[in-house]
Design a protein around this ligand. Sequence first.
Ligand SMILES: Cc1cc2nc3c(=O)[nH]c(=O)nc-3n(C[C@H](O)[C@H](O)[C@H](O)COP(=O)(O)OP(=O)(O)OC[C@H]3O[C@@H](n4cnc5c(N)ncnc54)[C@H](O)[C@@H]3O)c2cc1C
Length: 427
Amino acid sequence: MSASRLPLSYYAATASDASQRAPLKGALDCDVCVVGGGFTGVSTALHLIERGFDVVLLEAEQLGFGASGRNGGQIVNSYSRDMDVIEARYGAETARALGSMAFEGNRIIRERITRYAIDCDLKEGNLFAACTERQWQGLKAHQALWARYGHAELELLGRDAYRREVGSKRYTGVLIDHSGGHLHPLNLLLGQVLAFEAQGGRVFEGSPVISVTPGEPACVRTERGEVRASKVVLAGNAYMSGLLPDMERRSMPASTQIITTEPLTDAQARALLPTDRAVEDCNYLLDYYRLTADQRLLYGGGVSYGGQDPNSIEGAIRPKLLTTFPELSDVRIDYAWSGNFLLTLNRLPQFGRVETSVYYAQGYSGHGVTCSHLAGCLMAEALAGDGSRFDAFAGIAHRRLPGGRTFSVPLSALGAWYYQLRDRLGW
Ligand SMILES: Cc1cc2nc3c(=O)[nH]c(=O)nc-3n(C[C@H](O)[C@H](O)[C@H](O)COP(=O)(O)OP(=O)(O)OC[C@H]3O[C@@H](n4cnc5c(N)ncnc54)[C@H](O)[C@@H]3O)c2cc1C
């Protein structure tokens, strides 16, 4: 077996399946060729094969190489842009359509775990933590807003009560989403891949796609092979370049970093997170953390626009961890890694078609665990002939980045600096 292409992370070290698939060689025919072996691609491939399509999946590196095998593992409902902004910008009809799907990705993940008996350390509940009074007022508004879209499983805990959830003095209050959760994302992905293969799906790793020619059939080329398919799905997200040039001008890769401690004692773990839920704070550049199955604190934060890593990941993230939990000053860090997600200007995902044979979904802007699973379901519906729900997303216009990706990087960093200052000063 060749060496793993996954970055060294807690997830890669505890992956449920270390097997690798051969690269594509020669020519193949199929109904649908999916490009990209992350949640979007694998979820789409699995939904399609369940509907009877003959599907080939091509991954440039190794399944889970992208954000899906590296993320915080937090099952966060809804989108990176909240429903009130969607209502105001895109109107009541779009808001109703997106609102009706805002909690579906979470349900799909749970259905996949149950149906295919996927062991991925699922734990219940996530929460949003306010660092300032302004953020606390925002959480109250958030609860009321989601209630309008039928989501009632939210609970607010103020300054006097939140410490039963999070053992940090940093916060003003928290909003618990009892229907959220957290899990081992790479194992969720690999479980779905096995389910796909068990139903006849074909997977090739080490097979970067170098060109896609729309048509009947569409033609997907790798260095040593070719797939002719009635339809193509592009699911390469922040790691893809050159295949969707128009959308590249309307999105930007950004990196965020994660560190993982040594396993903590029961008493330490209970003191930090007594109810074992996942946490993200409400800052513009947010911190997110949770306990793993073996009681390590997995702590993420920071954003680097353009996808460049800081010189030392531990050096960048450890101070954030210690601001939240100063009592961990002596803790050992066992893993540190980074990953890229794809940002859009309006923070809503990009769904669409190129001509009639090439479909894409990408750009979940930081919250993609649930939305990528929704995307897979909607993509399969659309390819089976009912594109109405896919089109609710595809109809949303995406503006170009001012100055393209190159000039947007410093502009975004400047914008982030401003919002960070606002968070610090509590404006
Ligand atoms: C560090 C980090 C933490 C995060 N934490 C959370 C979180 O806690 N909760 C949450 O909701 N979201 C989180 N996200 C976002 C979430 O992980 C992503 O939105 C989601 O995983 C995107 O899935 P994807 O399948 O679209 O893309 P990816 O998982 O990035 O997969 C794309 C795949 O396509 C492949 N590919 C690219 N180009 C080609 C090509 N030409 N040919 C073949 N294959 C190609 C890549 O190798 C890659 O494997 C986080 C992201 C990061 C980076």
